[in-house]
Design a protein around this ligand. Structure first.
Ligand code: CUA
Length: 175
């Protein structure tokens, strides 16, 4: 037996203030419902979802070879590849590094491929705050056109084990 009989609040009419809040929340939901697909189609900072199935080990071997053939220098032992404008650039996200360092030209477009040979990582480009997921088995292609010269940090923002905090990389954009 309960302490007292609950009142039948459910059958009371809704207070005017609550009606307003429900109305505001519903309107905002509808706005987001329309804006989100529009962001996908017209937004300039979204992935188009272009991705291909790839064997994780084959992707790694490909990027190592691709890098070896184009390497133009290194920063702290990490090879730097100057990518030809308009071509494909490859990035390997691996426990716990991004490989290689990519050198791009401002105003040129590139097809940036990202994948992983081991487990899920995050691709966070700073200070742009652009974030993408990297999954083994998927070659995720991001079409990018750098609009500002400078050095961009690449960090992993998906926890990937004991070396997660050390997993950083770099993209250099030249004038
Ligand atoms: Cu890779 Cu965290």
């Amino acid at each position: 037996m309960s302490v007292q009989t609950p009142e039948r609040y459910w059958w009371k009419p809704i207070h005017k203030a609550e009606r307003v809040w429900i109305g505001l929340a519903l309107t905002w939901c509808l706005v987001l419902f329309i804006v989100m697909p529009m962001q996908h189609f017209f937004g300039k900072q979204n992935s188009t979802g272009e991705a291909y199935r790839v064997d994780p080990q084959a992707y790694m071997q490909f990027v190592l070879k691709w890098t070896d053939e184009r390497k133009s220098g290194d920063v702290n032992g990490v090879p730097v590849v100057a990518v030809a404008p308009g071509s494909d650039a490859y990035l390997l996200a691996q426990m716990w590094r991004f490989y290689p360092i990519l050198k791009l030209k401002k105003g040129e477009s590139y097809r940036l491929h990202v994948s992983s040979p081991d487990l899920q990582h995050g691709l966070s480009i700073q200070p742009m705050n652009m974030n993408f997921q990297i999954l083994p088995g998927y070659d995720h292609v991001l079409t990018i056109t750098p609009t500002q010269a400078g050095e961009y940090s690449v960090i992993c923002n998906e926890f990937c084990g004991i070396g997660h905090h050390l997993m950083t990389g770099k993209i250099i954009v030249e004038e």
